[in-house]
Design a protein around this ligand. Structure first.
Ligand SMILES: Cc1cc2nc3c(=O)[nH]c(=O)nc-3n(C[C@H](O)[C@H](O)[C@H](O)COP(=O)(O)OP(=O)(O)OC[C@H]3O[C@@H](n4cnc5c(N)ncnc54)[C@H](O)[C@@H]3O)c2cc1C
Length: 290
């Protein structure tokens, strides 16, 4: 493998928003498609899991030392804007944050992204998760995705070729989302004001004052996961230093010094209780790396 910048012995709690986890033996910081292809073949040859990392806002790590191929997108933050056919296209590498997109959207008063503002994602993580809020999701504005598959082949996929679903994309099966193109348009509405009210709405509903990993479970078709957890008596329920938030039952929070073991027990308890009470099998939204 050629030279790729890497950090060693990294605290995994620094790589996820719930701030729980042991150590990563190495975290690679690729800068090019070839770097990523090399890391994919490294993971295949050495039979080690290949784990891309965005903001870590929907991922949790176990304790102990994980000797995996962790791939940070910190050095993949380039973007450019293109104006064509009355639209503004943002071409962004995987590591570009939603914060950056929101600042562009506000600066040029662009429409189409306002409902996604406040999600603490990177472009890569959001495409993989098909992140969304208030009835919109990133797949509504995606035009193209560059994806390197699990065998190291680069694909340029048009929106029509990608089978997105609710918090679901074909990219969850492996490989690496390298970049995406989103399409927005200049608006006559006051976009910064709309964003401001969305952020206030989020602040009211989500425990943004504590380390959290966002929604733990997907909403089953029957009822929202938060409602089911609350009915099952789990809103505010705590095991050690990890709890389902008092503010939003589907958000786990780290109350300080939380451990993976506590988090895992909490998830298992929720699955069991909701299963027994409602015969509903909760499906995890968060990605557990252990
Ligand atoms: C406070 C808070 C609020 C949230 N609100 C929302 C919300 O309103 N709506 C919503 O949908 N989600 C929400 N989330 C969850 C989370 O922000 C989204 O799922 C987001 O898309 C994850 O992006 P990320 O960059 O943090 O990805 P990560 O959490 O780092 O990774 C998520 C998964 O994607 C993989 N991945 C990351 N980057 C790549 C890449 N480039 N290529 C391939 N795989 C990759 C990871 O390996 C992992 O499996 C919230 C989370 C928090 C903490």
């Amino acid at each position: 493998m050629g030279w790729i910048d890497k950090e060693e012995n990294v605290d995994l709690s620094r790589l996820c928003t719930i701030k729980i986890g042991g150590k990563a033996k190495s975290v690679y910081l690729p800068e090019t498609v070839d770097d990523i292809k090399n890391l994919i073949s490294e993971s295949r040859e050495r039979e080690k899991p290949f784990v891309p990392l965005g903001t870590g806002s929907n991922i949790v790590f176990s304790d102990g030392v994980l000797d995996y191929i962790f791939v940070s997108t910190k050095k993949l933050k380039k973007y450019r804007l293109e104006e064509k056919d009355g639209y503004i296209y943002i071409h962004a590498q995987a590591g570009v944050s939603f914060k950056t997109i929101v600042s562009l959207v506000k600066k040029y008063n662009l429409e189409g992204f306002e409902y996604l503002s406040g999600i603490p994602a990177t472009i890569g993580g959001a495409v993989v998760m098909n992140a969304g809020a208030f009835g919109s999701q990133i797949s509504d504005i995606i035009r193209q995705v560059e994806w390197i598959d699990g065998e190291g082949r680069l694909h340029q996929l048009k929106r029509e070729e990608i089978d997105f679903g609710y918090r679901k994309s074909p990219f969850q099966g492996g490989g690496f989302v390298y970049s995406a193109v989103i399409r927005l348009k200049k608006s006559r509405k006051d976009i910064p004001q709309i964003i401001k009210s969305h952020l206030e709405e989020r602040n009211k509903k989500q425990p943004l004052d504590k380390p959290t990993s966002g929604s733990t479970f997907k909403n089953p078709p029957e009822k929202p996961a938060g409602y089911l957890l609350e009915k099952a008596g789990l809103k505010g329920y705590r095991i050690g230093n990890v709890a389902f938030s008092e503010k939003h039952a589907n958000f786990m929070v780290n109350l300080g010094g939380g451990r993976f073991k506590e988090l895992k027990e909490l998830i298992e308890l929720a699955e069991r209780r909701v299963g027994e009470l409602y015969q509903i099998k909760l499906e995890k939204e968060i990605k557990v790396v252990e």
